[in-house]
Design a binder for this molecule. Structure first.
Ligand code: PEP
Ligand code: MN
Length: 269
């Protein structure tokens, strides 16, 4: 049994990430699929921060389906997101694809993301947990909720209590949406665990038109937050262009939800 992750008689846990408190109000993480260049990062960070986003996302090591697709800027991307985020006082989350990236990420970002494809990479989970950084654990594309919770247990058993879970859609049968957004599964997760649960309708649907309504639905249903992809010029995004919101659409999304009040971030980087 996943005894550390189980809700049991526990209240919902609060997970603090540089002053952003998951589990207390609706937290919004926004930013591009991938860190691309200084101009993009400056524009998107300034834009999402002014709309009230709590945290900045951006991939530097991208898990692309094809090896011929843009793979991310690597170390330079981590340094770039860290520099721009610091200027705008935004806590950050960046994905680790390999243990060798954990040292760099721990010293530059606020939270480490374990992507869907690596949810069951147990040695990566153990090493990520041992950094002591908060972890955003995304549901695998075909993972049952029990499997998600056992993956979370790998993190918790290392003594790292700052774990947030993320529903990002599971493999479906209809190409009209990229994945099947499992809202019921996310709500069931909250019954099973005390850990905060957020949603990622960008990767769940692959369609920008569906993102704001699904974020609104998730907030109304009592989930703990959302992560959405935003790009200052979606047509030019180097990855996941079809699901990127522009800054105007992101402002519209924020007007539809009642995000948790923003507190001044106190970066611990
Ligand atoms: C991401 O959030 O950048 C990402 C690649 O998502 P997922 O792991 O859910 O596919
Ligand atoms: Mn993406």
């Amino acid at each position: 049994m996943y005894q550390l992750a189980s809700r049991g008689e526990r209240e919902g846990s609060i997970v603090d990430v540089d002053g952003v408190r998951f589990g207390e109000g609706f937290v919004v993480i926004a930013g591009p699929c991938a860190v691309e260049d200084e101009f993009q990062m400056e524009a998107v960070t300034r834009g999402v921060a002014s709309c009230g986003a709590h945290m900045l996302r951006g991939g530097a090591f991208k898990p692309r389906t094809s090896p011929y697709s843009f793979q991310g800027l690597g170390e330079a991307g981590v340094e770039l997101i860290a520099r721009v985020a610091e200027k705008h006082r935004m806590p950050t989350v960046v994905e680790a694809m390999a243990e060798s990236q954990l040292g760099l990420l721990s010293s530059h970002v606020s939270m480490i993301q374990i992507g869907a494809r690596n949810m069951q990479n147990y040695s990566l989970l153990q090493a990520a947990a041992r950094t002591g950084k908060p972890i955003l654990l995304k549901r695998g594309p075909a993972a049952t909720l029990d499997e998600v919770l056992y993956a979370a247990e790998y993190l918790l058993v290392e003594g790292n209590e700052r774990v947030v879970l993320c529903e990002r859609g599971v493999r479906g049968f209809d190409p009209q949406t990229r994945n099947l957004f499992d809202l019921a599964g996310a709500l069931r997760l909250k019954e099973l665990t005390h850990l905060p649960v957020i949603v990622d309708p960008s990767h769940a649907t692959g369609r920008r038109s569906l993102i704001a309504p699904l974020v609104a639905a998730s907030a109304a249903a009592g989930l703990d937050g959302a992560m959405v992809e935003v790009h200052p010029d979606p047509a030019r995004a180097r990855s996941d262009a079809e699901q990127a919101l522009d800054l105007g659409a992101f402002a519209g999304l924020m007007a539809r939800v009642a995000p948790a009040p923003k507190v001044a971030a106190s970066p611990s980087r």
